[in-house]
Write a protein that binds this ligand. Structure first.
Ligand SMILES: Cc1cc2nc3c(=O)[nH]c(=O)nc-3n(C[C@H](O)[C@H](O)[C@H](O)COP(=O)(O)O)c2cc1C
Length: 156
């Protein structure tokens, strides 16, 4: 079975987790990124990123590998932005028909709460069977993340 971890990460938390999962599973890593860089300061990121997410906007993304549709199974990683998933992934779903291949989702957030984000994501990815909500190490409890991530990975 051909498996990929498809993720967006602005400040590195989701990417760090994606790499741990890749090491464990051997799945290919595919990073999604916007053409226009995000503001470098946190305030600017919250304002601009929050606007993109809140209004359901689809920022232009860098070219995605053509073979992304060849995977049998996709593990999706996203930070929570304004209680939803990263806008760059919304652009991805509009370009590539991969939503139904997403079986597992991991999220990173300040709060550790991804309920609304998962609900919104499930409209694009109706076959999610396994998910985990991880929180920022600086805000949350990293030891919880470790246990939660282990539990998630045993179901992959
Ligand atoms: C634009 C923006 C919006 C955010 N909105 C939320 C939110 O609604 N809830 C939350 O818990 N965290 C929110 N966060 C925090 C991120 O989800 C969190 O820091 C995450 O770990 C970032 O992942 P990354 O390092 O992979 O980019 C937001 C961060 C940004 C930049």
């Amino acid at each position: 079975m051909k498996r990929a971890i498809v993720y967006y990460s602005l400040s590195g938390n989701t990417e760090k987790t994606a790499k741990i999962i890749a090491e464990r599973t051997g799945a290919d890593l595919i990073r999604i990124d916007t053409v226009k860089p995000m503001p470098s300061g946190f305030k600017g990121q919250i304002m601009y990123g929050g606007m993109l997410a809140t209004f359901g906007m689809k920022p232009e993304i860098k070219k995605v590998p053509d073979n992304i549709t060849d995977y049998d199974d996709i593990i999706l990683g996203t930070p929570v932005w304004a209680s939803t998933f990263a806008p760059a992934l919304k652009t991805l779903f509009s370009q590539k028909d991969i939503g139904s291949k997403v079986s597992s989702v991991f999220t990173l957030s300040g709060s550790g709460n991804n309920a609304k984000c998962l609900a919104k994501l499930s409209k694009f990815c109706p076959n999610i069977k396994n998910s985990v909500s991880l929180s920022d190490e600086k805000n949350g409890k990293p030891q919880d993340n470790k246990g939660l991530l282990e539990g998630f990975m045993t179901k992959l």
